[in-house]
Design a protein around this ligand. Sequence first.
Ligand SMILES: Nc1ncnc2c1ncn2[C@@H]1O[C@H](COP(=O)(O)OP(=O)(O)OP(=O)(O)O)[C@@H](O)[C@H]1O
Length: 361
Amino acid sequence: MSGVEIARLCKTFGGDVPAIDELSLAIEPGEMLVLLGPSGCGKTTLLRCLSGLERPDSGEISIADQRVFGDRVEVPTHRRDLGMVFQNYALWPHMSVVENVEFPLRYRGRLPREERRRRAHEALSLVECEHLGDRLPSQISGGQQQRVALARALVGEPSLILFDEPLSNLDYRLRVQLRQQIRELHRSLGFTGVYVTHDQTEAMQLGSRVVVLERGRVAQVGTPEQLFRSPKSPYVADFLGIDNRVALERKREGWLANGLPAQVADGHGLPEGRYDLFLRASDISIGTPAAMAGYGVTLAATLHDKVFAGEVTEWILQLGDTRIRAVSGHHDVAALVGERVVVGFELKSAVVFRSEASTPY
Ligand SMILES: Nc1ncnc2c1ncn2[C@@H]1O[C@H](COP(=O)(O)OP(=O)(O)OP(=O)(O)O)[C@@H](O)[C@H]1O
């Protein structure tokens, strides 16, 4: 059985810029596919096309081997065998928690009432909310409401569960907790999911694979690790939070980083030319010249700020006319704000693009 097949999907809302542009994707059964990208890149439109809440202009969609759109077929939302979890919970305010969870089962075959109730309680226990069954949604917290919405999406064991930024209305601690809970439920129940977010940490932690969207097209798709290790373009690197950008130039007489001299022990065969380097904050070290001597690339910078952030310290470094950010678990670098420090990193840990080409070197 296949999970979801999307072929050559197009959707334009007036104007000439398509929200979804000839997009094709295959989602494996049991996979959690995360759609990631900045505001306006088409995540919600794609999710709404899958749900049937939006009508594509052309293309095809199949869910669990059933064609739901295309070729004169258009299956309405309630017949697509979906579960949905929205940002705003969307529970029925006049129904109790257990009635809300039971609701999708009313439309699935002819289950006896007791069986529906039993399954609703079972789904509530999966999200640790069994004790809330008799309350109204207004009598439980936002985090509990979202757990109930999750139980409602799971209860009918649908072919596909759609998540539309479900954690964005919750505070940080709840977000972290519920993210872990969704991850564990996905692992134990093995449902197929499509999850929209613009938060790269959420995408990395939840996605079996992550799709980075750019103007309605797939910029890159891969496992979180593939994307983080080998982003294919500056757009993807930037969006994955690899946001330290250094302009490196190799000239016959030496190397420049952001226009300032840099010592490069191992140039990894880069020919003369200009490069854009994307560096992960955790791959950058700072220290004294002696401590940094073993690094492939070293350069001088000014310590602009030092931020103690609990488990890590962040070092904001002024490098020519730009700032870069290093993080480390070591809090004991002696430098004071305003002092000169030496920055060290390895060229092989950077993502290197030719400046003019925007393709990986
Ligand atoms: N109902 C609509 N009418 C007109 N234009 C729309 C409509 N819905 C979306 N768009 C446009 O389509 C493009 C994609 O929007 P979409 O909401 O899918 O992006 P998104 O990535 O989900 O953004 P966000 O993270 O802000 O929700 C945007 O340019 C948006 O302005």
